[in-house]
Structure formats: structure tokens, C-alpha cells
Design a protein around this ligand. Sequence first.
Ligand code: ADP
Length: 269
Amino acid sequence: MSKQALIPPPGQQVRLADYDPSYTGEYASKKDVRKLIKRNRRRLRELQEVLYAEHKHALLIVLQAMDAGGKDGSIRHVMRGVNPQGVQVTSFKVPTPEELAHDFLWRVHRRVPGRGSIGIFNRSHYEDVLVVRVENLVPPEMWQRRYEHINAFERLLTESGVTVLKFYLHISKDEQKRRFEERLTKPEKFWKFSRGDLAVRAKWDEYMAAYEDALTRCNTDYAPWHIVPANHKWYRNLVLSNTIVAALERLDMRYPPPEPGIEQITIPD
Ligand code: ADP
């Protein structure tokens, strides 16, 4: 299998058909990555600790996918072992009337993590050029302008100390079918299924076209997209943890220096 890019070449039109959702790189099975995932988990815990202590940078993880694409599983995976005090997960739903009374980034901006924290977005401002576009929720002139607004917004964030990691979890239509079927046969998964998901599935190609435009037009050098092969959950988790650990390593963080004279302090009885 030839190597598949994780970040699409900037400036080039993304064609999702060129990305194999079942790609697993050099690995054949879950067993091959267990140790790597464990090592990443340990490293992430250490890095989060310095991120929190140094209080200089923030990390924003954006997760986008079709239904059953694995957003929830990815969040569980990333959260395992990190200190909950420093992480905030936000799930973006159909906007409330109050949210709709504002610009589309209003509800998003206030959920961006502050210094020292990690924020995870389960869906995001990208819904405003995905579902909103496919379902014609606003006139085309309006969503068409949003790619530029998003790029400007993400530039503001990165220039303010927020590392923005955007992941599109790429599953095939067949894999979605398999996962939906599982939701219909396992009682503990019934709650995850809704008929509305089928209406969205029926528009699969339109969603892919909308994703391709978002992945192309908002694939900037400061906040690039990662197209994660997600048919195999173990490979998806490896890619996520590798990318998150590498991004935090690049920040070259340090624990703050001690107060002057700390070595002379004695704790009174
Ligand atoms: P999830 O599928 O993420 O687990 P839900 O089943 O509650 O959670 O789905 C959230 C719904 O909110 C999705 O159908 C999504 O398309 C919709 N949504 C999110 N953001 C927007 C938006 N800006 N405009 C319209 N719909 C949105």
C-alpha cells in the first residue's frame, strides 16, 4: 500500500475518493499499535501537565465526521488519562434561537480553550458550511463567505497562542452502514440511532462535496486539516494520539521557574 498523506497538499482541491478510509499505514492490526498508543497516552499526560503549569498555550481539537464516524469514540480515547481539570469538551448542536441571533462564530469563540487548557469540539463552526449548505439553511451567498471568515478566525486563534488541530474522520459509506446496523441490533446502542440519520445518509454525496470544499478552502498552513482514515478505530486512535502528541511537543513547553530563594524555604511545623 502506498503512503497516504494525512494533511492534504495546501492549495490543491481535495478529492476524498483519493483517500482510503481503510488505510492503516504500516500496521496490520490493533496488536501492532497497542504499545505505541500506550506510550502516546503517557506522553500526553505529561505534556498536558506542562501545558497547564506553563499557562502559555492552548490546544483546540476539532472533530468532524459523518454520523457514526467515530467522534464520540475519539473523544473517549483522547480523554483517557488526561486531567479533567484542564480539558473542556463542547458538542455543537442545532443552534438555539439566541445563537442564531448572532454571527455563526459567536457560540464557537466563547468555547475556545484558554491558556493552559485543551478544548475538544464535537462538531464545530464547520457545520455552518456543511449541514447548513446541504440543507439550504441560509442562502448560498452567506455560506460561501464563511470559508474566509473561518480562516480569519482560525488565524486569530493561532496568533493568540491556540494550536488548532482539525480532524476529519473519514469513514466509507459501507462502514457507516455497518455501524448503523450495529446500532439497530445491540440494545445498548439503540439510543445512538435516529431516523434522521438516514435522511443525512441519503445525501452522502452532497455531504462529501461540502466536506471536500471545507477541507480544500480551510486547509491553511497555520490550521491544516488532517484526513484521518477511520474505518479501523485502532488506526484512527493512533493517528489522533500521534498528531496531538507531536503538536504539543512542538510547543517546546517548560515548567515555570521556581520563586527566587525557594531552596531556602522551610515549612514551619
Ligand atoms: P451528534 O450526532 O454530534 O452525536 P446530535 O445527534 O445531537 O449529536 O446531532 C447534532 C445535530 O446538530 C447534527 O444533526 C448537526 O448537523 C446539527 N448542527 C450542529 N451545528 C449546526 C449548525 N450550525 N446549524 C445547523 N445544524 C447544526
